[in-house]
Design a protein around this ligand. Structure first.
Ligand SMILES: Nc1nc2c(ncn2[C@@H]2O[C@H](COP(=O)(O)OP(=O)(O)OP(=O)(O)O)[C@@H](O)[C@H]2O)c(=O)[nH]1
Ligand SMILES: [Mg+2]
Length: 203
């Protein structure tokens, strides 16, 4: 598996036309989007940071996997109160522009920190994903991140609680930790299956 950085874009009209099925990493600032992307492809290719709200662009990558090629989109995080007003104001149109225009978006990963409660902006985002992604036949998976920060016994219950709060079925819920190969493999297999299987892959 090889991954290449394609480009960064600040506006929908500069998003690249890749002609590949795409998976997007979406979620609150600092939830671990860039880290999970890196862990899934096994390369330090997306920039991560301890300071929330750093990624204010959509970053596109191309993956050459055993079963085919696909694209990854690392999106900027939302819900960071300390971000400058201009940054917060730019977020919604950028994400909505992405969701509206990205016809190749097959899988949206909505990342949620397992240790946090679901908040209003999370449910609002899920509504956008239903309207833009699911309505077009794409899939939305919920990923509970930083599982390593919880004891083993608390992981599944925390994930189930997330699923209930967001009203999503158990088969669409995944645990993730950048340190857990088994979790990463399970998630990657599911995502690649959705992206590359003949029924959904028309690109
Ligand atoms: N313990 C643990 N820490 C993690 C994990 N994933 C990410 N982190 C940490 O969480 C912080 C934020 O990670 P990022 O991947 O930059 O988060 P992001 O969602 O891309 O953040 P923005 O781009 O700012 O929205 C970093 O300090 C990471 O090291 C994980 O699975 N386990
Ligand atoms: Mg990031």
């Amino acid at each position: 598996m090889r991954t290449e950085f394609i480009t960064s874009a600040a506006k929908a009209d500069t998003f690249p036309s890749l002609g590949l099925p795409e998976v997007a990493f979406i979620g609150r600032s600092n939830v671990g989007k860039s880290s999970l992307l890196n862990a899934l492809v096994g390369a330090k290719i997306a920039r991560t940071s301890r300071t929330p709200g750093r990624t204010q662009l959509v970053n596109f990558f191309e993956v050459y996997a055993r079963d085919g090629r696909y694209a990854l989109a690392d999106l900027p995080g939302y819900g960071f109160a300390q971000a400058p007003k201009a940054v917060r104001a730019a977020w919604a149109p950028l994400i909505e522009g992405y969701l509206e225009s990205r016809k190749t978006l097959k899988v949206a990963l909505l990342l949620m920190d397992l240790r946090r409660e679901v908040e209003e902006d999370d449910t609002e985002l899920l509504e956008w994903l239903k309207v833009h992604v699911e309505a077009r036949g794409g899939r939305v998976l919920i990923v509970g991140t930083k599982a390593d920060k919880l004891s083993k016994a608390h992981r599944k219950p925390a994930l189930q609680k997330l699923g209930q709060a967001l009203a999503r079925p158990p088969q669409d819920l995944f645990l993730a930790s950048t340190e857990d190969r088994e979790m990463l493999r399970t998630l990657r297999d599911r995502v690649e299956d959705l992206l590359l299987s003949s029924e959904t892959s028309t690109y």
